[in-house]
Design a protein around this ligand. Structure first.
Ligand code: IYR
Length: 222
């Protein structure tokens, strides 16, 4: 393939001397206010908000610019119910049979179980798929490069965008998630990556009193 044409770097916000540190710290502080929640309010969230957050996700860098992701945002109560029923069936298997003891012990402090009422209650479920392979114009399979990494980065941006829009999220990964292809009519070359629950937290929402590692525990500068 021949190289892309090039263009000047699109205009970006010019920052003065103090602004980079101020903005970087403000963003870090804002992100540290994010908490995963498991208790949602049914308060509606306009589609436009979700659309804009997904658009932010679509700005992620990706292997060979293949943008190997697809997002299905669900607010239809009937579809949410079907997703809940299928997810709970998988989760029952997981908690009662499939999960090794070590995994169950790691989850015990979080108090999770197979009941997933938030899949009905939260106004939006965003199913994220990555393309395992691409499909060419004649139905031929095309190789995808770094699809997990690319889609993971897009999900990070999505979670950040939803948080900035004042919404709470839960990164939910019932396993296996192939039922999402069936319910949402996505082709088999797309693999479910994540089911992101989004909405406002319940008025009496509580979260585990966990702490985050400090910067010097997870980063070094040399
Ligand atoms: N998918 C299950 C189990 C689960 C696994 C991990 I790793 C978590 O951080 C939380 C839950 C569930 O959603 O309950």
């Amino acid at each position: 393939m021949k190289p892309h044409d090039t263009m000047p770097l699109p205009a970006r916000t010019e920052l003065n001397d103090a602004e980079p540190i101020e903005r970087a710290r403000a963003f870090a502080d804002e992100m540290h206010q994010r908490r995963t929640v498991r208790e949602f309010a049914s308060t509606p969230v306009p589609k436009e908000v979700i659309e804009a957050c997904i658009r932010a996700a679509g700005s992620a860098p990706s292997g060979a610019n293949q943008q190997p992701w697809h997002f299905v945002a669900v607010q239809d109560p009937t579809i949410k119910r079907r997703i809940r029923e299928a997810a709970e069936a998988e989760e029952r298997e997981f908690y009662q049979h499939r999960a090794p003891d070590e995994w169950l012990q790691a989850l015990a402090p979080l108090g999770t179980d197979e009941d997933k009422p938030f899949l009905d209650i939260a106004p939006w479920l965003i199913a994220v798929f990555y393309e395992r392979t691409g499909l060419g114009p004649d139905g031929e399979r095309l190789k995808r490069y770094y699809p997990h990494e690319s889609t993971g980065i897009a999900c990070g941006l999505l979670i950040a965008a939803l948080h900035r829009a004042g919404l709470s999220t839960l990164t939910h990964t019932p396993s296996p998630m192939a039922f999402l292809n069936d319910i949402l009519g996505r082709p088999r070359n797309e693999m479910p990556y994540l089911l992101l629950v989004a909405g406002h937290p319940a008025a009496d929402c509580r979260v585990p009193a966990i702490t985050r590692k400090t910067l010097d525990e997870y980063a070094h500068f040399s």
